[in-house]
Design a protein around this ligand. Sequence first.
Ligand SMILES: NC(=O)N[C@@H](CC(=O)O)C(=O)O
Ligand SMILES: [Zn+2]
Ligand SMILES: [Zn+2]
Length: 347
Amino acid sequence: MKTLTLRRPDDWHLHLRDGDVLQAVIGDTSRHFARAIIMPNLVPPVVTTSDAKAYRERILAALPAGDRFEPLMTLYLTEHTDPDDVEEGGKSGLISAVKLYPAGATTNSHGGVRDFNKAMPVLERMAKIGLPLCVHGEVTTPEVDIFDREAVFIETVLDPLRKRLPELKVTMEHVTTADGIDYIKSSKGNLAGSITTHHLIINRNAILVGGIRPHYYCLPVAKRENHRLALRAAATSGDARFFLGTDSAPHVDPLKECACGCAGIYTSVNTMSCLAHVFEDDNALDKLEAFTSLNGPAWYGLKPNEEIITLEKRDEPVKFPDKRDSGAGPITVFDPMFPLHWHVFDK
Ligand SMILES: NC(=O)N[C@@H](CC(=O)O)C(=O)O
Ligand SMILES: [Zn+2]
Ligand SMILES: [Zn+2]
């Protein structure tokens, strides 16, 4: 029997939502993960340090009894964000990063940034104090094809921004293209990328072949197979600039299974089993710990976790629920479309 022992992983991009959904999903993360960067795109968004403090308390209150989990809070960047508030939050240790959503790019991003000049004072302050900017890297220009939005963002927004503020530390969130991977690899020191579980497994066929499958729809949308292969190569390479950010993004089924369904895939439940499968397929099980447990903390200036988890490959596949029930309705769990044999033991 194959076993694998890893330092306890962290998730560097996670949506926990609030209220009933938070209550239903938090245990799926805290079961395996010690820490997570918590996305601020609530309704209304987490904009100020005091919003983040209150949200952090709601997350801790929702944790299953006995679970230890550290939510790493982020602020949602707007054109009116106060640089002093950001600095205070960053220096106090409450705020780990600020999140940039180009207005209209994804779920609850309408309050995001339209005019980057207006965000410059905050970005300059972040560069000065070393607080990372997490970026949803897609342009929203209607003329740009949805499959090209990441590549165009790099060329027209991210690269000019990084030239203007070379000291700013940037995390390109949920990289989905070979262009994104190449861009990160060409950088020196102040750019890194998170990669999701599902983008290592699905390409765009999963969404569109044989019928439209809303539970594989997320943003940035999955791309062609050559892009998935580039993501796999980066994740399994051990390169310290790439780490796991699941982007687990729960939406209740009625909001996905309708004429205009929400973007987001719920992967917290089976992420570690999926990743062990992917890394084994690529003969890279020895690189899994770097991806899930070492590269992320190093980038965010934190120590890796001391505790460990064990994964064991068994003949009997792992049984996962198809859905996670919440007080707001059922949430469909990511189906990788192959059986998962890596079981996780963490207690
Ligand atoms: N990834 C998604 O498809 N959805 C995320 C937003 C995001 O991370 O862009 C969500 O909040 O639902
Ligand atoms: Zn995003
Ligand atoms: Zn996300």
